[in-house]
Design a protein around this ligand. Sequence first.
Ligand code: AMP
Length: 422
Amino acid sequence: MNIFLIGSGGREHALAWKMVQSPRLAQLYATPGNPGIAKHAEIVAVDVADHDAVVAFCHRHAIDLVAVGPEAPLVAGLADDLAAAGIAAFGPGREAAKLEGSKGYAKDLCTEAGIPTARYRRFTDAAAAVAHVRAEGAPIVVKADGLAAGKGVTVAASVDEAAAAVEACFAGAHGAAGAAVVIEECLTGEEASFFALADGTHVVPLATAQDHKRVGDGDTGPNTGGMGAYSPAPAMTDALIERTMAEIIRPTVETMAKRGAPYRGVLYAGLMITAEGPKLIEYNVRFGDPEAQVLMMRLDSDIIDLMTATLGERLDAVTPMWSADAALTVVMAAKGYPGAYAKGAPIGGIDKAEALPGVVVFQAGTAVKDGVLVSAGGRVLNVTARAPTIGEAQARAYAAVGLIDWPDGFCRRDIGARAAGR
Ligand code: AMP
């Protein structure tokens, strides 16, 4: 098969790394790509926002499957436009992608399907939203309705903080994404990520993971796109996985089918494991980044088989196979991230790090300048290791981090500490 992979992060590097292990792959193309992805794919320049250009590229290169990594092209309806042109695309269509593209849409679906989630109300007006915040009291959670690159959520400890978040939203802090807000009850418990694959009708569980969103050790400091992750999530017992499938994932897929917007692709549920059981925090309509990096390290099945079974609506005949090993990834970021940071610093030592057993260094914000690998973003490398336990994977990943020569970078020192200590 000729496959066209869309995206440029560590997630897409991990997908490319996994795809080239499949005997079914003929040629892999990627856009915008990055130097890590370029080890496995031919990088091409195609404007992903121009769906006609993507279709034309696919026809010219006899593409059999388009794999969409990030959420924005899915929310923009790329999968629909490809399907209309007779091109198979892995990822949900525009309507089903609203599960991530509109938090209010996802919450209303929970109400309709009886899915456990935080109590909520939707607002399109600042005064009414602030009045609601004052009536409910703190802690309380304020969310921009639309895609806000992970920055649209405020878990407010006080009513004033929540009111300020509401005002900021309606003042345009998140652009069009903040034209509506969802205000919801603050849940307490342990967070975990759950991944499933749906083909419109059938659903299979994939795996579990946990990530570290705060920039500092001990989960302190500002939120980031993710500073590390590991899989499996020890908190997600078999019983909790079965409840999540029965109470959250299957009702979602059934309700989307009933709405005439069948869900096809990866369904990524952010969960809070509360005293009453798992509750849905939010849906994402694609693999997580950096969660994909640890999932691909553990996946024994052929990722292309899983994608084609999804598109062929044959998931009832598929059981994804996973290594019993754990995987853990440490994100190396540019000093200053998630604030201002410098770009263009040379990076060395990736080959040395990858010479360690079970280690792969996925690249995110990198570029090649005058033949030298340099940093080109906030999150730059995902140093990833597989081993029989999370503790061993952690030791391997940090040994590999020690071999990376990049004085301008930093990482958290405690990725996986809680899980490894269980
Ligand atoms: P993001 O991934 O940027 O959308 O941020 C979502 C994060 O905000 C989650 O990972 C939780 O830590 C937190 N969060 C969102 N909704 C709630 C809620 N209802 N109760 C408690 N924490 C929440």
